[in-house]
Design a protein around this ligand. Structure first.
Ligand code: FAD
Length: 387
């Protein structure tokens, strides 16, 4: 049974934003709800859903209209991601990862590079991926070994990237790789076309959840990437990767709030209908207190990620707040989805209802784009530096 449409009262900055949210809810109802459970069960990637979202203008929302983007504030883009996640986290996370993959070009690319590639990337037909992690360097991403060596007008790249969302499906990869041995200052960012000779995907990982989203290793075997695809300067790649992740973490926070909201809606609908001891189980204080706590935690998490997004929209620093939002929202989603399973009792533990899937999805959100231990590390550093 699909989760009921959430009844979230949103504070939006414009009528255009309200219309975008209405459009998103309509697409969720028509395109995502009928497919989510089946595609997840069959590990099918909904490429056609991304095309539909792209045609509706939802794959480039925070980027300038000049290049075909939506020109929307981050707070609007994130609420769209949240709505998608109430029903299908693989799609919501996919939109977030795609947006992340466009960031290096949109923010650090030259005017000429932006004009040449950005409209296609955010126009809806193409899907992006973000290549930072490696088999031996996850949390310590700057320890990467994938190497790019300049040869004439190209870089020749060798190495393996790991855990790449959309790996093998994507049309372009924002690749972080080593151009010198100078630690985090020796990393560069290359915007790599998906059909680059020498680039190939490994077998998709067999994951606990997010089965409608491909995660795979990407192998670079003498892959030649034209040097004009360097984003920013040589050696600037790690800075670009971290700046991208500040926004990406807010995408993950929004996904987490959506997943939790979907779980709450399903639990509430069930608890109103299900009777034991002659009355709806929601009338038992033990359960209604549980649901009250779930709803309160979701509201608090939403307020946290939206405040971080509004800081970004105002041009203020938001790295610490983004880490806090990612940490708090994903930990919250883990608690809330676990409680949702409990509300449904035995029925929560089987695939007939979506709450067990939401619980599996919440777990991944505590790990991706920097584990929640790494978020604490980031927050702790900000506190120590007084930033
Ligand atoms: C579904 C999924 C999708 C992903 N998509 C992408 C993607 O698109 N692109 C991409 O580049 N990567 C992606 N990743 C990779 C993800 O970002 C990494 O898994 C994550 O950064 C952790 O790295 P690791 O798995 O190597 O764990 P490790 O870094 O080996 O960490 C193992 C454990 O040690 C802890 N730990 C490590 N260092 C510290 C420390 N200093 N202090 C305290 N604890 C520490 C971690 O928190 C964790 O609990 C994805 C992962 C998953 C599961």
């Amino acid at each position: 049974m699909p989760a009921t449409t959430p009844s979230v009262e949103r504070q939006l900055p414009s009528e255009e934003a309200a219309a975008l949210l209405d459009l998103t809810r309509e697409l969720v109802r028509q395109e995502l709800t009928p497919k989510a459970a089946t595609y997840e069960a069959e590990s099918r990637v909904p490429r056609e859903v991304f095309r539909t979202l792209g045609k509706a203008g939802l794959l480039g929302l925070p980027y300038p209209e000049q290049y075909g983007g939506g020109g929307q504030p981050f707070e609007v883009y994130l609420q769209v991601v949240e709505e998608l996640a109430t029903v299908w986290a693989s799609v919501a996370e996919g939109v977030s990862v795609h947006t992340l993959a466009c960031f290096p070009l949109a923010t650090f690319g030259s005017e000429q590079q932006r004009e040449r590639w950005l409209p296609d990337m955010i126009g809806g037909e193409l899907l992006g991926a973000y290549c930072l992690s490696e088999p031996q360097s996850g949390s310590d991403a700057a320890a990467m070994t994938t190497k790019a060596v300049r040869d004439g007008d190209d870089y020749v790249v060798n190495g393996t990237k790991a855990w790449i969302t959309h790996g093998g499906e994507a049309d372009f990869y924002a690749l972080m790789c080593r151009t010198s041995d100078d630690g985090s200052r020796g990393i560069s960012c290359l915007l790599t076309p998906g059909d680059t000779p020498g680039l190939s995907a490994g077998e998709p990982e067999k994951k606990m959840g997010f089965k409608g989203s491909t995660t795979a290793q990407m192998h670079f075997d003498d892959a030649r990437i034209p040097a004009d695809r360097l984003m920013g300067e040589e050696g600037q790649g790690f800075r670009i990767a971290l700046a991208a992740l500040d926004g990406g973490r807010l995408g993950i926070a929004a996904c987490a709030v959506g997943v939790a909201q979907g779980a709450l809606d399903a639990a509430l609908a069930y608890a109103k209908e299900r009777e034991q001891f002659g009355r709806p189980i929601l009338e038992f204080q033990g359960l209604s207190f549980m649901v009250a706590d779930m709803a309160t935690q979701i509201e608090a998490a939403r307020a946290l990620y939206l405040e971080a997004a509004r800081r970004r929209d105002r041009g203020q620093s938001f790295g610490k707040q983004a880490a806090m939002a990612k940490l708090f929202c994903s930990d919250m989603a883990m608690r809330v989805t676990t409680d949702a399973v409990q509300v449904l009792g035995g029925y929560g533990y089987v695939e007939d209802y979506p709450v067990e899937r939401f619980m599996r999805e919440a777990k991944a959100l505590q790990i991706v784009e920097g584990t929640n231990q790494i978020q604490r590390l980031v927050i702790g550093r900000h506190l120590a530096q007084g930033t």
